[in-house]
Design a protein around this ligand. Structure first.
Ligand SMILES: *Cc1c(COP(=O)(O)O)cnc(C)c1O
Length: 388
């Protein structure tokens, strides 16, 4: 039986997949089982931030595998300490809780926000405002938080305590930010919701209204964080630092890792026994994360991310089929005039280019290490398809 048949026979059919069996990757390219090569403008799905099998990253991960692959969180490990220290230093946060995915990082943020409010104000202040078109994960709590009706099917009952506000609608926010609310949770650039950056005025309003009421701001930077937008955190573009920030996707270069970062206000909110994760802070993931942070904090790296984003924009904006570009840094949304994003992604795959979609847009999340010639190699294919 071939790989696809085995999948169909034995793996729960919860994904729509392209008929591609991925075999090997190197740098910004990967190969399928037939040896056909692709340039990857999706970084896996924003996960392979340094590209495929980056040498220093792979050395760090392999060395850790051969030293200590896991230890229970009843004990300490040097690599988790080192990664946490560096992550706090780079992000400006006080404390971190490690999990294994974006949804788990958001679960942690939701629990922490509710506990912060309960500890200080008692019951009744448990609601969390999230935005229409947000995406926060696939667990019951994070699905409940997700502000898209299409996700609110089958799995009833969903969790109570999430109130949706229309993104960039300050009046809607003011109307719903009442005494029952403990936090506002947002993505600075909505990823799955269509690569839409929030307006600066709206972000400013969120922070000032929340500060007045001691309501926490939770930034879901699972997709936007760790250099994706040309700053370490997307909040840096807005001059804002959330009380809680969540990270995952690219944080460890393609090994599973999620992190929930806490600022001064909530640095002591989770006490022994209130939260945990068997694999959280796994040494292999931490070693991968350290390799990613080392690279991203190297001289001029993030400026290069921004410059390369301009390179993308300059060429794409001249394409006759492109109606508009959205996003921030190397998180790029392309609104098309007449073609369908899904058709473009399929045609690209045929021609050796991997792209993502988000709602009606083509979405690009290229590896942060992509070179100018690799950008051109992929854009030649993409623009050909768009202008066909
Ligand atoms: C991908 C994503 C998640 C979910 O992350 P998982 O690792 O799949 O659980 C949550 N929030 C945002 C903004 C994301 O892009």
């Amino acid at each position: 039986m071939n790989t696809i048949d085995k999948f169909n026979e034995h793996i729960m059919q919860s994904y729509g997949r392209y008929p591609l069996v991925m075999q090997k990757g190197e740098g910004r390219h990967c190969k399928d089982e037939n040896g056909k090569e692709y340039i990857d403008f999706g970084s896996g799905i924003g996960t392979n931030s340094l590209g495929y099998c980056d040498e220093k990253w792979a050395d760090a991960v392999c060395a850790q595998v051969r030293t200590l692959q896991h230890s229970s969180n009843y004990y300490y490990t040097a690599v988790q300490a080192e990664f946490a220290e560096k992550l706090c230093e780079v992000s400006g946060y006080k404390k971190v809780f490690f999990g294994n995915s974006g949804a788990e990082a958001n679960e942690c943020a939701i629990k922490a926000a509710r506990k912060y409010s309960f500890d200080k104000y008692g019951k009744g202040r448990h609601n969390i405002i999230t935005l229409v078109n947000s995406f926060h994960g696939r667990t019951i709590a994070t699905l409940s938080a997700t502000g898209q009706d299409v996700f609110h099917n089958y799995f009833f009952p969903f969790l109570e305590g999430f109130v949706n506000v229309t993104a960039n609608d300050i009046d809607d926010l003011k109307a719903k930010l009442d005494d029952t609310v403990c936090a506002v949770m947002l993505e600075y650039v909505q990823g799955e919701g269509g690569v839409n950056a929030l307006d600066k005025e709206f972000v400013d309003a969120v922070y000032s209204l929340c500060a007045e009421k001691d309501v926490l701001v939770i930034a879901d930077e699972v997709q936007t964080g760790v250099g994706r937008t040309g700053k370490f955190l997307a909040g840096d573009h807005f001059g804002k630092k959330a009380d809680i920030t969540t990270l995952a996707k690219g944080i460890a270069g393609g090994v599973p890792m999620g992190a929930c970062l806490f600022g001064e206000k909530c640095e002591n909110v989770l006490t022994p026994g209130t939260h945990g994760s068997t694999f959280g802070g796994n040494p292999i993931a931490c070693a991968g994360g350290l390799a990613v942070l080392d690279r991203i904090t190297s001289d001029g790296f993030l400026d290069e991310v921004s410059r390369k984003a301009e390179h993308f924009k300059e060429r794409l904006s001249k394409c006759s089929e492109v109606a508009a570009l959205s996003g921030l840094g190397l998180m790029i949304g392309i609104t098309l005039k007449s073609k369908k994003a899904g058709d473009v992604a399929k045609a690209a795959l045929d021609k050796g280019l991997l792209v993502l979609t988000a709602k009606e847009k083509v979405r690009l999340l290229p590896p942060l290490t992509i070179s100018d010639s690799e950008i051109d190699e992929g854009l030649d294919i993409l623009i050909d398809i768009l202008e066909e």
